[in-house]
Design a protein around this ligand. Sequence first.
Ligand SMILES: Cc1cc2nc3c(=O)[nH]c(=O)nc-3n(C[C@H](O)[C@H](O)[C@H](O)COP(=O)(O)O)c2cc1C
Length: 211
Amino acid sequence: MGMYIVGMAGASGAPYAKRVLQGLLAAGHEVKCVISDAGRRVLEVEENLLLTGNTETDHPDVIEWLNSPSAGGQLELLHHKDVAASIASGSFHTDGMAVVPCSGGTLGRIANGVSSGLLERAADVCLKERRKLILVTRETPLSVIHLRNMTAVTEAGAIVLPGSPGYYHQPKSVQDLVDMIAARILAHLGVESNMLKKWTGPEPATYAETD
Ligand SMILES: Cc1cc2nc3c(=O)[nH]c(=O)nc-3n(C[C@H](O)[C@H](O)[C@H](O)COP(=O)(O)O)c2cc1C
């Protein structure tokens, strides 16, 4: 089974992270998860999940939030200041990393090689080792600084996958929208999920002759 990293920064979009974590764990993969301070704040606001930053005591709360009781052994929480953790080294093999959600601040630090914490360092390692790195940015509108940073990370090998779902699947709920993005993230990590029906084209259209 695979080894993946999920970084959660302080952008809006915690439900995407929840679904990606659920998808990775359900597929039997191991996950190392790093949450920035602002990421914890967003989890509180968007998911009513109150974490302290103590990875040991937060672990059961995260497992309960994910509603994946059997995933306890597969998910490891790492502190964002623990730059000596396994994933800070290229010698520790991983199959890829998603930063979901990815704030403008974290995007900027990754784009400029500013590895000030474990999340950015792990992303830097993915880039230097030519491993998959997916940045699920969420900001609107975008400044030229965001756009330049997106170009820089793309040139370095990352995939910018904005948390902006489409509507052509005729979503019936917010969860459908969340799943559309989560499924795309998982697909880019090479992980199968049944969250999204593949688009095979529209129903045959009837085109009216106008003249
Ligand atoms: C509830 C909430 C929502 C936020 N949403 C966004 C967002 O969508 N995009 C963004 O770039 N920053 C957003 N921010 C601001 C970032 O959290 C802030 O810039 C923070 O310093 C980012 O830190 P980090 O990159 O270390 O996680 C949000 C903050 C809060 C509290």
